[in-house]
Design a protein around this ligand. Structure first.
Ligand code: C2E
Ligand code: CA
Ligand code: CA
Length: 384
């Protein structure tokens, strides 16, 4: 679902009273007046404010009109973008919104102070809950289309010989005003909509492209979300793409975070499906989730990635060392490989090597690099 900007001249109507409601608006630039049937101004709205949402919510005709007071730029929100979310919310909240809307409509023609108070209260509640998110969502959509969501690759190193064994693909958003944004700030947003599918396929395309230019022994790890794994097209599509590029599926490892494994039956299903397609599966952020250890270890992972909290406290708190030792012994018994994440210094590296952890990832070995950085340095990165 695309986002649209629309533009109005001073004095131009955005909608008339009595018209069918088919969208809401967020003001990006300028001032908008909300008018009664008799063209009396109820109030003026400025940048960042939402209007026209009532009709979108209850699908009724407009009870007011809206007119541009100055040159105006609006971000349009289509009904589906609101109603889809509304149907997913708690039924009690939905009912409360309905009641609130009825009361508002009853109050509106009278145009007294009470109306204004109530309106501004509703507006501020809506604003706090979702407005900035709508804007970010529209910006992310644009960024995906314009190729501003980049993929970088962080080395994963064999602790015994310091050689690069593979990379983890990580997303970055080059935001025009906010600079490079971390996936922590936008992946969850993408996961709430179908944008995660698009971000995911960007990552795969780039990972496959890079794999085709690297030695056969090098792997790439990719983070996948529940939405992707539940998409029936996902694994077959991936297999097709790999085949077309003549790349073995075992060179791609799929990382599933521990929080996604709360439902063990579902997790088991996902892992089986990945294995049937020939992909290896990693338990990401191992040790941080709430799933029971026994349940977790009943899942047939190929790799466990020890979360960075354990590595960062490795030398200061002995309990972390004990935990890592326990993870090594479990992984060995179960035939799984171990990756330590967030390795930042030599002391941590030495201790992890001594504890017989297989692989390491972190700033000590290298930050995430672009494809061109990897390819121009490939002689040095992959030499003996
Ligand atoms: P993650 O999978 O746990 O990825 C590792 C994160 O740790 C990365 O953060 C990486 O830059 C950071 N890191 C690596 N080495 C060090 C270190 O030595 N010290 C410290 N303090 N941090 C280190 P990043 O890139 O910000 O990614 C955040 C999370 O967003 C990732 O956590 C992953 O769960 C998710 N993510 C990133 N890209 C994607 C994507 O394309 N799709 C999906 N579904 N999730 C993604
Ligand atoms: Ca990961
Ligand atoms: Ca991780």
């Amino acid at each position: 679902m695309g986002f649209h900007l629309s533009f109005y001249k001073p004095g131009q109507f955005i909608f008339h009273s009595g018209a069918r409601s088919d969208r809401a608006y967020i003001i990006e630039k300028g001032t908008v007046e909300i008018l009664t049937d008799h063209n009396e101004t109820i109030h003026s709205l400025s940048v960042g404010e939402l209007f026209g949402e009532m009709g979108v919510l209850d699908q009724s005709v407009r009870s007011t009109a809206a007119r541009a007071k100055t040159q105006v730029t609006l971000l349009e929100i289509k009904p589906g973008q609101i109603t889809d979310r509304l149907t997913e919310t708690d039924p009690i909240i939905r009912a409360l919104i309905g009641v609130l809307l009825k009361r508002l409509r009853a109050l509106l023609p009278r145009n007294n102070n009470q109306t204004d108070d109530l309106l501004s209260h509703v507006a501020s509640v809506i604003e706090k809950s979702g407005l900035s998110k709508f804007r970010l969502e529209s910006e992310l959509r644009t960024a995906i289309n314009e190729g501003k969501v980049l993929t970088v690759f962080q080395p994963i190193v064999d602790l015994t010989n310091h050689q690069i064994y593979g990379f983890e693909a990580l997303s970055r958003w080059q935001h025009p005003k906010l600079g490079v944004m971390s996936p922590f700030e936008f992946i969850s947003l993408a996961e709430e909509t179908d944008m995660i599918i698009e971000v995911g396929s960007l990552v795969f395309n780039r990972a496959i492209d890079l794999l085709s230019q690297l030695p056969d022994s090098i792997f790439i790890n990719i983070n996948v979300s529940a939405k992707q794994l539940n998409d029936k097209q996902f694994l077959p599509g991936l297999s097709r793409q790999l085949k077309a590029s003549d790349i073995q599926p075992n060179r791609l490892k799929l990382e599933i975070t521990e929080t996604m494994m709360v439902d063990t039956v579902m997790a088991q299903h996902w892992i089986t499906q990945c294995h049937q397609s020939g992909f290896r599966v990693c338990a990401d952020d191992f040790g941080t989730g709430y799933s029971g250890l026994q349940q977790l270890l009943s899942l047939p992972f190929d790799v466990l990635k020890i979360d960075q909290v354990f590595i960062q406290g490795l030398l200061s708190e002995q309990v972390n060392q004990i935990l890592v030792e326990a993870m090594v012994s479990l992984a060995k018994k179960l035939g799984m490989k171990l990756v330590a994440e967030g390795v930042e210094d030599e002391q941590q590296h030495k201790l992890l090597k001594q504890l017989e952890v297989d692989f390491g990832q972190g700033y000590y070995y290298g930050k995430a690099m672009s494809k061109s950085e990897i390819l121009t340095r490939s002689d040095r990165l992959f030499s003996d």
